[in-house]
Design a protein around this ligand. Sequence first.
Ligand code: MSP
Length: 521
Amino acid sequence: MTGAFYVTTPIYYVNAEPHIGHTYTTVVVDTLARYHRMAGEPTFFLTGTDEHGEKVAEVAEQRGETPTAVADRYSKAFRSTWDELGFSYDRFIRTTDPDHVAMVQLILQKVYDAGEIYFQEYEGLYCVGCERFLTERDMADGLCRDHDRAPERRKESNYFFRIAKHFNWLSDTIEKHPDFIRPPGFRKETLAMLREESGLGDLCISRPKDRLSWGIELPFDGDYVCYVWFDALINYLTAVGYPDGPDFERLWGAAEHVIGKDILKPHAIFWPILLRVIGAPLFRHLNVHGHWNVDKRKVSKSLGNMISPLAMKQRYGFDAFRYVLLRDMVFGLDANFTEAGLVARINADLANNLGNLVSRTLNMTARYSGGRVPQPGAPDDLENEIAEAAPRTAAQVDRHLRRCEVSRALEAIFGFLDGVNRYLETRAPWKAARDGGEEAKRLVSTSLYTACEALRVTALMIAPFLPATAPAILERLGIPGALEGARLPDDVARWGVLAPGTPTVKGPALFPRIEPPAEDA
Ligand code: MSP
């Protein structure tokens, strides 16, 4: 596959420090971007911050600061956190960037000129947490379901974008392209919203400046600013230079958005309709994940259970935290995070399975082969099985990742590692080494070579998921540059690349076993 790949995170509101939820979305996108780069596809990974709107204006007012100061501070916090975590984004966009402001105004004018915007008095229930008017379905006992906060009744004159007349077209499009919104539960949810939701009418896209001045001015009425969601979604076009930039041509058709389920409606309904109205092609997929709860409770500032990714990096290393996020959430379902669960997962998969395989393979290579990759004898059935399982696994990973099934991709890789561990148990080179003799020597060399090769291809396969661990394994195998130009999934099929005689390094444990946290032990 050599088609392009354009992948986006949502842009984050600048009213909170990065937490487990933001980190999860970004880890998934980073993994996909790394994978597609290794698949040889010209890849563009976009992330950034969503800085306008009432939420930010509210925080600024509470703190006696300007919205610009608040936005600058939190945007910097996201960016520096993302840098410290090593995310491989190509652009960090801010909705206050001049090219974005110009793009929003260009699109507003275009939609206005097409007669798709009208002016009207409106009354509705507005949730500042969601930054939108709510429908009955969004509420329980008079409170917003997502924010447990009573919406405000608002009555004011505003500009509206005619979206309701496109609902039938959108339903048809979603029906015809079953994987446009995935996994399927969210496709069904979108269709249900379009079918059943009363109050899902045209979209209010303005705020009068006398109530909110923190936003992008409407090009056709200086008394209003643009509604934050209309502004925010457009970031995906700004970054690729809509309508005639070379990147737009090259990348837009390959656009994939990754979002959490709380922002399904703007992405699944408002966004495709806006694209249609401006005559832009639709994005390729909307990939929707569930929510992390922490200790079975919703993540919230007041509970103080947000989980700082930097604290997790410091305590466990970022590859380990990243692994647990990717492995322990089935993409599309909610998941529960506990520190005891994280430790158990790190110990089982990274310390015992992967880490232990690396240590024992390299320890035995040091002991029985003078610290050099041994010269293998002719492979037998067991060796052939491992060599054949490798490309099969790489093909599974490819299939899963192209469907955004990240946890299943990791299950496939760790299933392969289980097989290699079982192989070593069966061959038991440590016993053969004790026995001595020519036949035993050959068995030791062949099995250690097979284990080293299996580690080499494992390092290639895990590189998008564990970007620091993969080169560490390759360095120990004596081939530190092996990731350069490596191609997935194809290179995993090339068995026998590791040259006998290459010096290997034992090194300390990649993932030392961690004592479970005392209170949960
Ligand atoms: N600014 C909007 C997005 C605009 S995109 C054009 C926004 N920002 S956010 O900062 O509130 O959230 C960003 C993402 O983080 C969303 O995808 C959201 O689902 C995700 N998460 C926030 N908390 C979460 C969890 N507890 N678990 C998983 N992801 C969640 O919405």
